[in-house]
Design a protein around this ligand. Structure first.
Ligand SMILES: [Zn+2]
Length: 258
C-alpha cells in the first residue's frame, strides 16, 4: 500500500481527464499547491464527485503517484455553493482561485494565501461588502503575502515615515501622498517628481491600504469605504499589478466583459 497523507485544502481548478477522471489543483495548508487525480470523479455515483469542483474545501486523503497525487478519499466542509447562484460572484470566485494558483507553489508554506482565499470567498457569499472592494483587498493582500508589499508606511524615496501606530493619534506629518507603482509605494509631496505617473491619493486611501497590509486576514472584510476611496484604491492596485504581475488571467477576461 502506498503511504497516504491527509491535507486540508481548496480545489482551485478541475480539468476533465480521460473518460471518467479529473485532474484537480488543490491549494493545501500542509504542502502548498498540488495536482491530484480524482479517478472516476465524473462517474455519477463517484464518492469523489462532490470534492472534484472548484471552491470545494475540506480534507483530502492523498497518495503520491509518479507525477501527481491521487485522491483516495475526501471529506468536504464547505462547497461555497452560493457562488454559483450568480454569474458575477462565480467569475470573481474563479478569478481569486486563478490568482492564488498562479502565485503559489508546491512544498511552500502557502497557508496564509489559503486562508485569504477562504475568507475572500466567504466575503463574496455574505454580500455585505461591495465586490469591487473585496477584489481590491484580495489583490493587495495576496501581493503582500507573496512578499511584494508596496511601501505605504513611508515615502519610498526619502523614507519620511507615517508610523502606523501613531498615524491616527498624531495625525499626518505631511498631508499629501502619491502612489507610485513603479517606485513600489508612496511618494511624499517633495518626492513626487520621481514618477510623473504617480497617482494623487487621499489620506483615507492611504489608511485603507495600510489597514489591508497590516491587518490579520480574518479582519480584512470588516470595513467599507467611500466611492472615492474605492476608485483611488482600484486605480493604484491596477497599476501595481500591471508592474509586478506579468500574466493575463483568463477569468479576468470574462469579468472585464461583464
Ligand atoms: Zn519623500
Amino acid at each position: 500500500m502506498p503511504v497516504s497523507t491527509t491535507v486540508t485544502g481548496m480545489v482551485l481548478s478541475a480539468m476533465p481527464v480521460g473518460e471518467y477522471d479529473k485532474r484537480l489543483v488543490i491549494l493545501t495548508k500542509e504542502i502548498g499547491k498540488v495536482s491530484a487525480f480524482a479517478k472516476g470523479a465524473r462517474r455519477p455515483n463517484s464518492a469523489l464527485l462532490a470534492c472534484s469542483q472548484p471552491f470545494s474545501f475540506g480534507e483530502f486523503s492523498l497518495y503520491a503517484g509518479k507525477s501527481a497525487y491521487n485522491i483516495i478519499s475526501a471529506e468536504m466542509s464547505n462547497y461555497f455553493g452560493e457562488l454559483r447562484d450568480d454569474f458575477n460572484s462565480l467569475c470573481y470566485g474563479f478569478y481569486f482561485c486563478e490568482f492564488a494558483g498562479y502565485i503559489t507553489k508546491e512544498n511552500i508554506d502557502e497557508k496564509n494565501i489559503l486562508k485569504l482565499l477562504y475568507q475572500t470567498l466567504r466575503a463574496i457569499t455574505k454580500k455585505s461588502i461591495d465586490i469591487q472592494l473585496i477584489r481590491a483587498v484580495f489583490e493587495l493582500k495576496i501581493m503582500s503575502l507573496n512578499g511584494e508589499t508596496p511601501q505605504v508606511f513611508g515615502c519610498v524615496k526619502c523614507d519620511k515615515q507615517t508610523q502606523k501606530s501613531n498615524v491616527e493619534e498624531n495625525g499626518l506629518r505631511f498631508d499629501k501622498y502619491y502612489f507610485s507603482a513603479e517606485s513600489g509605494g508612496i511618494l511624499c509631496a517633495a518626492c513626487k517628481g520621481f514618477d510623473k505617473n504617480a497617482i494623487s491619493i487621499n489620506t483615507s486611501t492611504l489608511y485603507t491600504m495600510q489597514y489591508i497590509i497590516s491587518k490579520e486576514i480574518e479582519k480584512l472584510y470588516t470595513f467599507k469605504v467611500t466611492d472615492e476611496v474605492l476608485k483611488e484604491i482600484k486605480k493604484c492596485i491596477k497599476c501595481y499589478l500591471n508592474c509586478y504581475i506579468d500574466h493575463e488571467f483568463k477569468s479576468l477576461e470574462i469579468l472585464n466583459g461583464i
